[in-house]
Design a protein around this ligand. Structure first.
Ligand code: NCD
Length: 308
């Protein structure tokens, strides 16, 4: 595996191997000295052209715990803010001898484009509304730890599907692992063309949260991505919550102990109530620590060659 641009790049076996490595990496997190020599002498650059808390810091820590040299480049503070093109910025950074390039960019397809310009291994840390493969891996890994195999388990993905790269990667990852997936959104936030896509890919769609929740073995709430919305997709935040939020009343519809995921950052009180975000079955913080283990596993598989 040279790059990780899409879940489509991974076979079910490769996902299983990444999860095995992630389990080993998870053990490293519990140690007092959290350092493995695997990527000594390797250089990883995190290039983030969009805001991020979890993804950027976990890629940075992941690289550091594997002993790689890690540097961060962000749009603000780099020459892109002076008008330099993405290609020139990427080629400049790579001319310094970079082995791994972790990129987040607002344009769908940016990571694929970058992988065609450079020799380094490229990891897509979110490209516009397209994909966010490490998020899907960490979500599935977290759910497997709770549910055992995902084969036949029913995962409900609820929220702003139109603008969500997390949903696009997750639907592929979860169905590859044998889960039954139902995606739920208001009609205005249901991606166009989803009927043919869901039929081909084997997942279900619904507009009715209250009908789906009682049947779910896991629930994944998605953020309302106001920064990607150019118009009004729902009449008011209150109406969104009433129709599609995971409210305290809706918690009661869930089977006991059903894990509740959210990739973060959460809009508390909009798509998820505090009662749900902080419920005992919420796995939101566990997703963050799994994210570190998954990103260590990904960097390890991409960059730890024989000479490492
Ligand atoms: C997601 C992202 O950036 O795509 N968050 C994340 O990576 N933790 C989802 C989101 O922003 O809603």
């Amino acid at each position: 595996m040279k790059h990780l641009l899409s879940i489509d790049d991974l076979s079910t076996d490769e996902i299983g191997q990444l999860f095995e490595t992630a389990a080993d990496m998870h053990d490293v997190q519990k140690r007092e000295v959290k350092k493995l020599p695997a990527l000594r002498g390797r250089t990883v650059v995190n290039m983030f052209f969009e805001d991020s808390t979890r993804t950027r810091s976990s890629f940075e820590i992941a690289g550091k715990w594997l002993s790689a040299d890690v540097i961060n480049v962000s749009a603000k503070g780099s020459s892109t803010s002076k008008g330099e093109s993405l290609r020139d910025t990427v080629l400049t950074v790579c001319a310094m001898g970079v082995d791994g390039l972790v990129i987040r960019h607002p344009a769908s397809g940016a990571a694929l484009q970058v992988s065609q310009w450079v020799d380094a291994s490229v990891v897509n840390a979110g490209d516009g509304m397209h994909e966010h493969p490490t998020q899907a891996l960490l979500d599935a890994y977290t759910l497997q730890r709770h549910l055992g195999s995902l084969e036949g388990r029913h995962v409900a993905i609820i929220g702003d599907l139109t603008h969500s790269r997390v949903f696009r990667s997750n639907v592929q990852c979860l169905t590859k692992l044998g889960a039954r997936v139902t995606v739920v959104a208001p009609p205005t936030l249901m991606p166009s063309g989803i009927a043919s896509w869901s039929a081909a890919a084997g997942f279900e769609t619904s507009y009715d949260v209250d009908a789906v929740l009682p049947e779910a073995d896991a629930v994944m709430m998605l953020r309302v991505q106001r920064e990607r919305m150019s118009g009004a997709f729902f009449p008011s935040p209150r109406e969104y919550t009433v129709g599609y939020g995971l409210t305290r009343n809706r918690l009661a519809l869930l089977k006991p102990d059903v894990p509740i995921c959210h990739p973060g950052p959460m809009n508390r009180g909009l798509e998820i109530a505090a009662d749900a975000a902080d419920a005992t079955q919420s796995v939101v913080l566990e997703q963050v620590s799994s994210g570190l283990a998954i990103r260590m596993a990904v960097l390890y598989h991409l960059l730890a060659g024989e000479e490492a």
